[in-house]
Design a protein around this ligand. Structure first.
Ligand code: GDP
Length: 399
């Protein structure tokens, strides 16, 4: 992200200068009045300093915020096709038709609002154009509030976002400008997705943690299959879930289909020796017991397994949760896993929900990076890299 400060006599001038230099996609992060320095500074009028930010790979073209798609190295906005790729170091595919639909819907949202206002103001011939504009930006904020809440973004975060937007002079800001700003802000808050790197310097052991039934094993199978079949990587599947025979058998079946080694791990010693035995393999993917937030023993054993692996290999943790889980339950889940720091988030069962607010909520609550979303039961196709752009568009009413 690029952050820059611009000073001018007025806020509008500072914002114009920022847009001239950086394009219309800039996000206003703060506005403050600054005293001029030097002799007789007390006689001079204070200037306004605007701090703006911009995603580094957002195009600078000064057009409507929804007519250009931000380019990103890994995120893909639409469902992948068989053989598509989901790891870092891969070229981004072209934007797909579904993005255009989302953009169009957002445009519609805007024109709907504009129509509403034209209608309300038709009768009042004495009203100035400026007053109509001011009204429409206030009402637009209300509409945004409503849309975000309907999409189940927690009110706490909706208020925070709108407060930040409110710091810009919304009375004078156009609907376009407000929409562009909130869009960019939410994208920045989500951050770029972090995915499994393909070019490895060392062996990588990846733990998948999370409650039972969310689709952890299926997600591991999807990733394992893409790594071994599409990328010809050498992988091993392990499970520490010794509580449910069916879960271990499910993974064993995937391992035999993929023709990769598989082991059930009961002790930390077995974990350590497996890492040693398979030191020539690129990735060791570890399924873990999906404990409920109430089951401390299982959680502790997962943490011990993780700790038992020394630093000669790279370790990663992915917390797998379902997009269909209630926000309050998601909070309880992340609290239960709080001793696992620095995990990435995978949201499963996106296909089973129409509201994506929880993705934003949990990302804000945990501060964790988003990584993948899964969109169905098919192995290996129904997985894709999380796309902040397309998710934010949906959250803003583009669905
Ligand atoms: P685990 O207990 O967390 O390992 O969950 P499983 O991998 O056994 O999956 C539980 C159920 O969720 C299975 O029926 C899966 O097919 C299903 N499932 C997994 N991922 C998805 C998804 O993205 N969408 C849908 N609709 N179902 C999924």
């Amino acid at each position: 992200m690029i952050i820059k400060k611009f000073q001018a006599k007025t806020e509008e001038e500072a914002i114009s200068a920022a847009k001239r230099e950086m394009g219309d996609n800039v996000v206003i992060m703060s506005v403050r009045s600054v005293k001029k320095k030097g002799l007789f500074s007390f006689l001079r009028r204070p200037a306004t300093e605007v701090t703006v930010g911009m995603e580094e790979d957002v195009e600078k073209t000064p057009v409507s915020p929804f007519s250009t798609l931000a380019k990103q190295s890994v995120a893909r906005p639409a469902a992948p096709r068989p053989g598509d790729v989901i790891f870092e170091d891969e070229p981004a595919p072209e934007p797909k038709k579904s993005d255009k639909v989302i953009e169009q819907r957002l445009d519609n949202l805007q024109s709907l609002l504009e129509k509403q206002f034209t209608r309300t103001h038709e009768k009042d011939e004495f009203e100035t154009e400026k007053e109509v504009e001011e009204d429409s930006s206030v009402a637009f904020l209300k509409l945004l509030y409503q849309t975000l809440v309907e999409n189940e973004v927690a009110e706490k975060y909706v208020n925070e976002l709108l407060d930040e937007i409110g710091k810009i002079n919304t009375q004078k800001a156009s609907v376009d400008f407000i929409l562009g700003n909130i869009y960019q802000k939410m994208i920045l808050k989500f951050g770029q997705p972090v995915t499994i790197p393909l070019g490895l310097e060392r062996q990588r052991v990846i733990f998948f943690i999370g409650p039972t039934g969310v689709g952890k094993t299926t997600t591991i199978a999807k990733i394992a299959s893409q790594l071994s079949v599409n990328h010809k990587k050498k992988i091993v599947l392990l499970t520490t879930d010794t509580y449910r025979i069916a879960a271990a058998e499910q993974l064993r079946t995937y391992a035999s289909i993929l023709d990769v080694p598989f082991r059930v791990i009961y002790t930390e010693e077995e974990m350590m020796s497996s890492v040693k035995d398979y030191k020539d393999y690129d990735y060791i993917l570890v399924d873990t017991a999906g404990h409920s937030q109430h089951n401390k023993d299982q959680k502790e054993s997962t943490a011990h397994f993780l700790r038992s692996i020394d630093d000669s290999v790279d370790k990663d943790v992915y917390l797998v949760v379902s997009a269909t889980t209630k926000y309050r339950d998601l909070l309880a889940i992340t609290d239960a896993y709080s001793e696992f720091t620095d995990y990435k988030l995978i949201f499963t069962k996106i296909d089973e929900t129409t509201t994506l607010g929880n993705l934003f909520n949990l990302c804000m609550h945990t501060g964790a990076s988003m990584s993948y979303i899964t969109t169905g039961q098919n192995v290996p196709d129904d997985i894709e890299v999380f796309s902040p752009q397309s998710t934010v568009k949906q959250l803003l009413g583009g669905k």
